[in-house]
Design a protein around this ligand. Structure first.
Ligand code: SF4
Length: 427
């Protein structure tokens, strides 16, 4: 369940009940198909031919898995859904039935990701009718030469047209932009920000390019930090984005996420506020309480029994798309499981919560002081404040400007409160 406060001032309440929720607050479906592979992308996705029957069969297999979980009661508190990828819009006619299968479990918000080249007014209308409330469009840049450098297959005109079509469709619209990329200048970044704002979107996510191992960019640039991606360039671009987006009435509510107040992505907020979720499809991850995990074991008996000290389980689907289509039964999936004790789960939640501009609520800090020695928690809080990464405001630990830009240092401090190794199994 998405905390109600999350829709207002983003001050989610924390309580012990979150660690014992028997169901999930949100559900995610991973769609691993793309028209071609972008040069920087390390997501679980692959280029798919237009006439390949696999995507439609995959969508049907996931809908079947949803029905299987319905019987467990895990979906009862579920409020938000998200179809991500890959490129969910590439499913075309197979997308509306999949959205229809998710919609009963996402009464508050149901998002899907799209790329400009596979989105049309007709698809937007059919997906909206099926129950989607929000679309997130991968634009990345509105400079033709930057898009070519990224290996994107759409041009700037089509990207901006897709944004306008989405806004007209009545869905809430978000778009992704990427900074610190080849050929980008301060001026071209500013133009990309202004162009997407002019289209009427109410949400923008801004990411610095990460050069990940195994990608074409890694082979090209992995040896040394290229100038366009230097950490000071990243910081400059992120600061410029904040200034421009804030001037246009959007508010930064998370490290990389800006929204017109009231248009925040509640699904993503539920991740950052430690709400359990279920993930479907290849490489999708779930996060469950001990109680939720035991309920999932009812339909996936290959999952190992949790030890007595397990408070949280993270489950990842290891089966490929083809394996899921060949046998969608949850009991046949190959899975990997990570078991966390309460102290590790709370440390993880501290780290995730520090991504929010509103910071870590006092209630969660209080739970941390019970799960780990209070003196250690207090020492981490003091260090974060002394290093200028965070400040205490009314009992909350709120990231400062430096804490926002150097998030990994702050998250590292908080994750340091976890003790021991995480118990990992495959089944
Ligand atoms: S469209 Fe998105 S998921 Fe697909 S290859 Fe490009 S970046 Fe990766």
């Amino acid at each position: 369940m998405v905390p109600e406060e999350a829709t207002g001032a983003f001050v989610p309440a924390w309580d012990r009940a979150r660690y014992h929720l028997e169901g999930v607050g949100s559900l995610y479906v991973h769609v691993p198909f793309c028209r071609s592979k972008c040069a920087y992308c390390d997501f679980a996705s692959g280029a798919t031919r237009a006439d390949d029957p696999l995507p439609a069969a995959y969508a049907r297999a996931i809908a079947r898995q949803l029905r299987e979980v319905e019987e467990t009661g895990l979906f009862e508190p579920c409020r938000t859904g998200y179809l991500g990828g890959g490129t969910p819009s590439l499913l075309g006619a197979a997308l509306p039935p999949l959205v229809r299968a998710v919609a009963p479990h996402a009464p508050t918000e149901l998002s899907f990701e799209a790329n400009p080249d596979s989105l049309s007014p007709d698809l937007l209308e059919r997906v909206r009718e099926a129950g989607a409330t929000r679309v997130s469009i991968g634009v990345q840049s509105t400079s033709a030469s930057e898009l070519v450098a990224l290996g994107r297959i759409h041009g700037p005109e089509r990207a901006l047209e897709a944004l306008r079509e989405a806004v007209t469709s009545g869905l809430r619209v978000s778009c992704d932009l990427m900074c610190a990329i080849p050929r980008q200048t301060g001026a071209s970044w500013e133009r990309s920000l202004r162009n997407v704002l002019a289209s009427g979107v109410s949400h923008v996510s801004v990411y610095p390019l990460a050069i990940e191992e195994g990608t074409a960019f890694w082979r090209r640039y992995g040896e040394e930090e290229p100038e366009f991606n230097a950490s000071d360039v990243q910081a400059d671009r992120m600061e410029a984005a904040e200034a421009t987006l804030t001037r246009s009435g959007l508010r930064r509510y998370e490290v990389a996420s800006y929204a017109v107040p009231g248009q925040e992505c509640l699904h993503n907020v539920s991740y950052w506020t430690g709400t359990p979720y279920l993930g479907f499809g290849t490489s999708a991850a779930s996060m469950l309480t001990r109680e939720g995990y035991l309920a999932l074991r009812g339909v996936a008996p290959q999952l190992p029994a949790p030890g007595d000290d397990v408070a949280r389980a993270r489950v990842t689907v290891m089966s490929t798309a083809r394996q899921i289509v060949a046998d969608p039964a949850l009991g046949s999936l190959r899975l990997s499981v990570e078991f966390l004790d309460l102290r590790q789960a709370v440390a993880e939640d501290l780290m995730l919560s520090a991504r929010l501009a509103a910071g870590i609520p006092g209630g969660l800090l209080g739970l941390a002081r019970e799960a780990a020695p209070a003196s250690q928690v207090d020492a981490v809080v003091s260090r974060a404040c002394d290093e200028g990464l965070a400040t205490l405001e009314g009992g909350r630990l709120v990231p400062t400007h430096s804490g926002w830009l150097m998030g990994n240092e702050l998250y590292g401090e908080l994750w340091g409160l976890a003790e021991g190794t995480i118990d990992t199994r495959t089944c």
